[in-house]
Design a protein around this ligand. Structure first.
Ligand code: UDP
Length: 368
């Protein structure tokens, strides 16, 4: 039986382990944390009974039928529409920027065609090919909307000038000229009824999978087994070419009774407010929310990730490219190691992309 050593029990590691196990391979899954599911980890709050997304909001959404079929094998995926509100300059707006936001912000009653023309008249036309986040924002929505909704939030979230960030970060968000206020465009949007940790436990529940928690990886653990590594790319190489930058998050937990803010996520776009958003976790589970009287909330603060912190977001600044290239070059030369996931490939990818790539990687490994 072919053996694999899988480092990390988040989506990437778990999905690969499962596919390998179902094809008569053995998967030894190691994770240094005391729990599975990586940053998707969910846990029921002892005080209130609310299912808490321990590492911040995770909403599953995909347009990929294979990924959707896969997740449905392991969880009762409950339909969930993610809506986000934005507080800016003492007022509340609808996000992502849509017809309601435009009409609220400019005090207008524009219809879709008028709003399109109105925003186009404000957008910067001299930026043909946006080279960074700021240019992308200014050429998409113009000065006023950019400064109000993107500039402050982004400076807090990434700890750098938006002009230093790639345009791709803003391309995650849609701009709509209708009243659709769902945060995502994908046809399938859902949250597992019992949380992500229960779902990943089911993915890992196979006789050919062994899970060891609280075990940091050292190459000796793998022996001759092929390694699938979903930890931070730079860490695998002992930071030999320097550190890649990540953002980490701090959460300030507080509780309330009833419904504190009326939505799962409220963004605070003003730079003067030190946190980026407040998450009210009970709204992620509308099917049980009304039976729960208490509420758990997280104020979310973003900062540079130090050596002892949990990495969340890879920051792909232009000045990091040389360091990243050095690691990617070295990674390519290691025939016995496959790098996967958000941290292993140092890319800002969503859960569905991690799952899709994991399914593809497992198939490639099986063909070797
Ligand atoms: N963003 C922003 N204002 C907002 C929401 C998002 O400027 O109110 C920017 C910010 O730079 C953020 C990026 O858009 O990092 C992507 O937002 P998303 O909601 O996808 O971030 P995530 O939930 O992955 O942290």
């Amino acid at each position: 039986m072919k053996r694999f050593c899988i480092v990390g029990a988040g989506f990437s590691g778990a999905v690969i382990a499962r596919i390998l196990a179902e094809n008569n391979c053995f998967a030894d899954v190691l994770d240094e944390r005391p729990h599975i599911a990586g940053n998707c980890h969910t846990e029921r709050d002892a005080e209130t009974g609310v299912m808490v997304h321990q590492y911040g909001p995770h909403i599953f959404h995909t347009g990929d039928a294979r990924v959707w079929a896969f997740v449905n094998r392991f969880a009762d995926m409950r339909p969930y529409r993610h809506r986000v509100m934005a507080v800016a300059g003492g007022r509340v707006y609808s996000l992502p920027i849509n017809l309601l936001t435009i009409n609220q912000f400019f005090g207008q009653t524009l219809d879709p065609a008028q709003a399109r023309a109105f925003v186009a008249a404000r957008a910067r036309k001299d930026i043909a090919e946006p080279a960074n986040f700021e240019e992308q924002g200014l050429s998409m929505v113009g000065e006023e909307l950019y400064r109000t909704f993107f500039e402050g939030y982004t400076s807090k979230q990434w700890g750098c000038a938006p002009s230093d960030l790639p345009a791709s970060v803003l391309k995650r968000l849609p701009l709509r000229f209708n009243y659709e206020d769902s945060y995502f465009d994908h046809p399938w949007q859902a949250i597992p009824a019992e949380g992500y940790t229960a779902m990943i436990a089911r993915i890992l529940d196979h006789p050919n999978i062994r899970v060891s928690l609280g075990r940091a990886f050292t190459p000796a653990d793998a022996g001759d087994d092929h390694v699938v590594y979903s930890g931070p790319l730079d860490r695998y190489f002992d930071y030999a070419h320097g550190r890649l930058d990540y953002r980490t998050l701090d959460f300030e937990r507080f509780t309330a009774t009833g419904d504190y803010q009326g939505a799962a996520v409220v963004n605070y776009c003003d730079e003067a407010v030190p946190f980026t958003r407040i998450t009210e976790h009970k709204h992620f589970a509308p099917w049980e929310r009304d039976e729960i009287s208490g509420s758990v909330l997280y104020r979310e603060f973003s900062r540079a990730c130090g050596p002892a912190d949990t990495p969340y977001y890879p920051i792909r600044l232009a000045r990091q490219q040389k360091t990243l290239d050095s690691y990617l070059e070295r990674a390519k030369t290691l025939e016995n190691v496959t790098f996967v996931g958000r941290l292993g490939t140092y890319r800002y990818i969503d859960m569905d992309v991690a799952i899709k790539e994991a399914l593809d990687t497992a198939e490639t490994l099986l063909r070797r």
